[in-house]
Ligand binder design. Structure first.
Ligand code: F1P
Length: 291
């Protein structure tokens, strides 16, 4: 098999993050104190979730994340942000059209020629982050980077650290596992969901994700010696040991969850290749879902 597109897309993230951060001066991004809703589908929903947690954590204002299809239409926010790589996802476009004129909207879009570009009051396009692979990697992290930079976070240390992480060698012992669980806290909850989606999409694997503290409230029952458990962000005390006592392989890193999600992308690709699958073109999936 030729090298998949997704491998180069993952490797380009440090540079793409720097470019995304360069757009964070946009007037249309949220200001501190504004009530903000963020929506998307699939990966873009999980980016929304991660951002909402971070903005709240930084005390910059009430921030709610919704999957676009379940946006509570009665609510009013100061700003509704829609994230979509393709700019063609039906639920996102429908929502933007539905709230138009009643609610200020900003779309963050990869494909600058898509209908999403004219569906919102303001738009930020990131064609440099768009991808050939069906499976999203760098667009997702670039959208999050743009939004985090808009919160005043310094992106350069993240981008510099990512330069090493994109060369991470996935430990061979992970690839023998058949059940993957991703656990996160704060920003890492949305990113754990994203990591699990990557495993499902790219390598058609059984993958789940939970807020780390909630893992003990049921999900733990599925863990055994077929499992690998990956932590994104702070680890609840004793949980790594608990997971290991069940025979699972625990992977934990002392770094920003956005960096660990890059490792998870590499893991998903390595697992796909290990299973003889092409991670660029998962079965049953298309680049965007148009209903
Ligand atoms: C959303 C999405 C992706 C998913 C797949 C189908 O796309 O659900 O997250 O991986 O490619 O589309 P978009 O609205 O961000 O283009």
């Amino acid at each position: 098999m030729n090298t998949p597109f997704v491998s180069a897309e993952i490797a380009s993230q440090p540079e793409v993050w720097r470019q995304a951060a360069g757009l964070a001066t946009a007037e249309s991004l949220p200001r501190p104190g504004q009530r903000v809703a963020v929506v998307g589908c699939g990966t873009s929903w999980f980016v929304a979730e991660a951002y909402a947690a971070r903005r709240e954590e930084l005390g910059q204002g009430e921030t709610d994340a919704f999957v676009a299809s379940e946006y509570p239409s009665g609510r009013r926010y100061d700003l509704l942000i829609a994230i979509s790589r393709s700019g063609t996802t039906t639920e996102v476009l429908d929502l933007l059209r539905q709230v138009r004129g009643r609610q200020r909207t900003l779309a963050i879009i990869g494909d600058a020629d898509s209908p999403g570009v004219s569906a919102a009051d303001d738009v930020i396009t990131m064609p440099f982050a768009d991808e050939r692979s069906v499976v999203q990697t760098r667009f997702a992290t670039a959208a999050l980077t743009l939004l985090r930079a808009g919160l005043g976070e310094d992106i350069e240390p993240l981008a510099a650290a990512a330069e090493e992480i994109v060369n991470w060698q996935v430990p061979a012992e992970v690839l023998g596992r058949t059940q993957f669980t991703f656990l996160g806290r704060g920003l890492g909850v949305g990113l754990a969901h994203e990591a699990a989606l990557k495993m499902r999409e790219a390598s058609i694997a059984w993958a789940e994700a939970y807020p780390a503290m909630d893992y003990r409230h049921g999900p733990k029952a599925i863990t055994d010696d077929t499992s690998a458990v990956v932590f994104l962000g702070d680890r609840p005390e004793g949980l790594v040991e608990e997971v290991e006592a069940l025979g699972a392989l625990a992977l934990a890193f002392d770094e920003d969850p956005q960096l660990t999600v890059v490792r998870c992308q590499l893991l998903a690709v390595a697992n796909a290749l290990h299973k003889g699958m092409n991670p660029d073109t998962p079965r049953n999936l298309t680049r965007s879902i148009i209903l």
